[in-house]
Design a protein around this ligand. Structure first.
Ligand SMILES: C[S@@+](CC[C@H](N)C(=O)[O-])C[C@H]1O[C@@H](n2cnc3c(N)ncnc32)[C@H](O)[C@@H]1O
Ligand SMILES: [Zn+2]
Length: 159
């Protein structure tokens, strides 16, 4: 297995962010909330964890598509189980207030898409991609409950 803990010793963003906290979400389970005003464009937190190959992901892992962050190279994922931070609890919305940006082919950052108020839950669009037929089971597993007026009903990428 190839693995590498990302930015564990050097990155400030690996530390707990004073900008956010984790608590129960109205959308699903736990979510991440702004603790103070956050201006549009702010780099809020890094999605840290251990970089591993998709092919090394255990097949029986729960929710592998949503807890593991797939990198653009299509081969690697960031697993927040080791070295992860609050970002692992950010929920999906079809009308997100944050976006996930990949930099240097290996690091993922969560940036504010608009001004956020204290107490607002953070969301980004998971845009999940699957390399299997989109069966009703896959659709059900990926059903979206974000409640946005433009909710597409799924956390899958549909474009
Ligand atoms: C990375 S976790 C986010 C943290 C999650 N709320 C928890 O407490 O475990 C991703 C999982 O949260 C759930 N989730 C996130 N956003 C959702 C949404 N908009 N609708 C339904 N479920 C969502 C799904 O079960 C998804 O597999
Ligand atoms: Zn939705």
């Amino acid at each position: 297995m190839t693995s590498q803990v990302l930015n564990a010793s050097t990155s400030q963003l690996f530390q707990p962010s004073p900008l956010v906290e984790v608590r129960a979400s109205g959308v699903h389970g736990r979510g991440v909330y702004a603790t103070q005003p956050i201006a549009k464009g702010t780099r809020i937190i890094e999605y840290t964890g251990t970089r591993i190959l998709w092919e090394d992901v255990p097949e029986n892992l729960d929710d592998p598509r949503t807890f593991l962050f797939g990198l653009d190279n299509g081969k690697d994922v960031i697993d927040p189980e080791i070295g992860g931070n609050e970002s692992r609890w950010i929920n999906h919305s079809c009308d997100p207030n944050c976006e996930a940006i990949e930099e240097d082919d290996e690091r993922i950052f969560i940036d504010a898409l608009r001004d956020l108020q204290p107490g607002e839950e953070l969301f980004y669009d998971y845009q999940l991609e699957v390399d299997e037929p989109i069966t009703s089971e896959v659709k059900e597993e990926s059903r979206c409950c974000c409640g946005a007026s433009n909710c597409r009903g799924t956390m899958l990428e549909t474009k």
